[in-house]
Design a protein around this ligand. Sequence first.
Ligand code: PAP
Length: 341
Amino acid sequence: MDTAETSKAEVASLIRDVEKSWDAEVRELARTLPKEEGWISGTSLYLYQGFWCTPLEIKTLISFQTHFQALDSDVLVATFPKCGTTWLKALTFSTLYRHQFAMDENPLLSFTPHQLVRFLELDVYMNNPCPDLNNICVYKPRLVGTHIPYASLPASIKDSNCKIVYICRNPMDMFISLWLFTCKLQDKIQAPPSLDEAFDKFCRGIHHVGPFFDHVLGYWKTSQENPNKILFLKYEDLKEDISCQLKHLAMFLGVPFTEDEEKRGVVEEIAKICSFEKLKEVEVNKQGSSIMGIPNESFFRKAKVGDWSNHLTPVMVERMDKLIQQKLENSGLTFKFSYKT
Ligand code: PAP
């Protein structure tokens, strides 16, 4: 087996073997939960606290909820998977810490965004149920990531003044990105989920941290009620005008770009170093793995708005349109599905 195949085999077996290594207590809890077959064959998803998660996540979520103590200065990058997590981690890291290193020495040139802004439930709490976050977060203020829905975040995140930056994406592109990502992890091991199968599961809300609409609306409603707490961003808006969105981000984080910085082109510099084209070519992002054995390169695919039109059938588009209408009705939340022409 070559390295790429070994890595894929490791990911699949890690995900499948997890159930065997559960603590008795978590196994007992899972027996009471609704269960469905996951997107990776041989794996299961459980409906816990209203969202679908892997067995290992139930365990790490309990540790996260029990032990995490937010500081008022903390920043949390919260995302729905495949909605721009890697991009937002890079942008937030580079904006928040820009005075702590020269841009040509940006740690993004040596580490992946997922190593610099670590996932709590998928990384930090997976390695240690009670980690010392002050040590784990090398730069200050502390900056961490999560895919957990708003309702299940630890109380101290909600009750403190810590800030949350959230990004979502139109569900058609998000779905295609997730499906192709899953297929890539699975290929050569066994048959990936068919597009039909995955699409049906997506529409029924059965996918990692789904239902998508509950996740997005949880953060959307809180951001509407408390815009100082959550900055709600959309992938398509960042694609359309990254400088404008970066300025919002910096303002929200309490580190607005000064007039002098704007004149010196700092905003454009950050946008450039975090761009898909640049990050994809950084050596560390082309090889190895920094999270759950998943190849780093699989976080960089096409980065387009509207790629769904190359994959979804008209019948699928019609079903998704209806779902979007039904779920987002009266919420005030809308998505863009193609570039402005
Ligand atoms: P995660 O939630 O699993 O960490 P995430 O980074 O949200 O993954 O999703 C990867 C998507 O973001 C990919 O989209 P695609 O499949 O439609 O191509 C990936 O290409 C895109 N992406 C990664 N980095 C960037 C970037 N710097 N700018 C824009 N898009 C990016």
